[in-house]
Design a protein around this ligand. Structure first.
Ligand SMILES: Cc1cc2nc3c(=O)[nH]c(=O)nc-3n(C[C@H](O)[C@H](O)[C@H](O)COP(=O)(O)OP(=O)(O)OC[C@H]3O[C@@H](n4cnc5c(N)ncnc54)[C@H](O)[C@@H]3O)c2cc1C
Length: 382
């Protein structure tokens, strides 16, 4: 196997494979690329959801798409049709298969399965050391994530979730809408909700999600609440579990830096592509992959000027601060947010896609006190 490449991608998960896919569909498809991961991706280990008004490069593998979202809060319940936006989901296994099928056409894209132990650079090249081999490249794109890097961040919340894909005997689910947030359960000082993605009248992903300081000690703590929700809130007494999903996403205002050197760029969550206050990452990874390929093609450098999003960072930090101080209050804040604003304004806002005038309207629609308290705290740190 050759040892020098144009690009090495350390980590072949969502960010690594997305960048490889974008490269293979660009004028840089002839570059020599090595993707290194510990193990091949061949299970349905996650489901990516996001809302968008434009097709992504992965449009052909969108598993389901919905045009309405439903919310259950203690104080009100609403279903909102979407006009421009679509809520979409992509299954991990379809994504992995699609990328592998595409890359098979390019012998210059290679995979290597081993653990990366170090990535360093000199003026001439970047070097990747695995447990058994050394590779070099013009640029390395690194999506390995070490919790130690962000553990001392001003705010750190863990989004942890456990879900089932269930099947019912009788038609139960309304496939015209998803339940984005169902807050009808004790919040226990955290943010706790269930969301439901109906795949068919008899099949749905039902996921119990917590934004809190720690993951639960036992799996049964998730399962008790999840089963109770399915049986007593959804009132589904008999169901079969087809698949299970568990995940943890760090939600933090740690200042992730994409530029780790002149020849090393961080990607994915490690590159700051996760929205701190929601954990949504998939669409940001697609935007980053597209912008990186464009930068490489036009400047021969992978770095590009990120859009000016300082104000969104501040909103994220304020929301994280409220979650950290009093997570139980978030359900009411979200209720006000969704009740008092056009749904698409809120969704664009949560995706950092709004202008200041909409941000202001959104700010005015929620009780100011918790935000002012957080703002004062954040400002006093600077
Ligand atoms: C279960 C789950 C569901 C999610 N759902 C959504 C969703 O609905 N919407 C959304 O926007 N986001 C979602 N996310 C968040 C985010 O989109 C995913 O975590 C996404 O996979 C992040 O991409 P990444 O490339 O940063 O990390 P990963 O996809 O985790 O890829 C990192 C890769 O690096 C490899 N690696 C790490 N260390 C080494 C090493 N030393 N040597 C070699 N390889 C290494 C890992 O094996 C892994 O394959 C979800 C996350 C999880 C866990």
């Amino acid at each position: 196997m050759q040892t020098h490449f144009d690009y090495i991608l350390t980590g072949g998960g969502c960010a690594g494979l997305s960048l490889a896919y974008h490269l293979s569909k660009s004028q840089l498809a002839d570059k020599k690329v090595l993707i290194i991961d510990k193990t091949p991706k061949n299970t349905n280990d996650r489901t990516w959801c996001f809302w968008t008004d434009q097709p992504t490069l992965f449009n052909s593998i969108v598993y389901r798409e919905w045009k309405a979202v439903e919310f259950f809060f203690d104080t009100y319940h609403a279903v909102y049709p979407l006009q421009k936006l679509r809520y979409q989901t992509i299954r991990g296994i379809d994504f992995y298969k699609e990328v592998h099928t595409q890359l098979k056409q390019f012998p210059n894209f290679q995979f290597h399965y081993d653990s990366v132990v170090a990535v360093i650079e000199t003026d001439q090249q970047a070097t990747v050391q695995t447990t058994t081999q050394t590779f070099t490249a013009d640029f390395v794109f690194d999506s390995r994530l070490s919790p130690a890097t962000y553990s001392k961040a001003p705010h750190l919340i863990l989004q942890h979730f456990k879900g089932y894909v269930i099947q019912t005997q009788q038609p139960y689910f309304d496939t015209s809408k998803i339940t984005m947030f169902d807050f009808r359960q004790p919040q226990q000082g955290e943010v706790r909700f269930v969301y439901t993605l109906p795949y068919s009248p008899t099949e749905a992903l039902v996921e119990f999600t917590i934004f809190g300081k720690q993951v639960f000690a036992n799996e049964t703590d998730y399962l008790t609440i999840l089963n109770d929700y399915i049986q007593n809130t959804l009132k589904i007494k008999q169901f079969q579990i087809l698949e299970e999903e568990f995940g943890v996403i760090p939600m933090t205002d740690f200042n992730f830096q994409a530029k780790a050197g002149n020849r090393i760029k961080r990607m994915g969550i490690a590159g700051g592509q996760s929205k701190p206050s929601t954990g949504y990452t998939f669409l940001n990874i697609q935007r980053d992959s597209a912008a990186t390929v464009h930068a490489l093609a036009t400047t021969r450098q992978p770095f590009y000027k990120q859009s000016f999003d300082k104000h969104f960072k501040l909103y994220d930090a304020m929301l994280l601060d409220i979650m950290q101080r009093n997570g139980g209050s978030i359900s009411q804040i979200f209720a006000d947010l969704f009740k008092n604003n056009p749904i698409e304004n809120v969704l664009y806002f949560l995706d950092n896609q709004t202008h200041f005038s909409i941000d202001l309207q959104i700010m005015w629609s929620v009780p100011p006190f918790p935000f002012l308290k957080s703002l004062a705290k954040i400002a006093s740190r600077k």
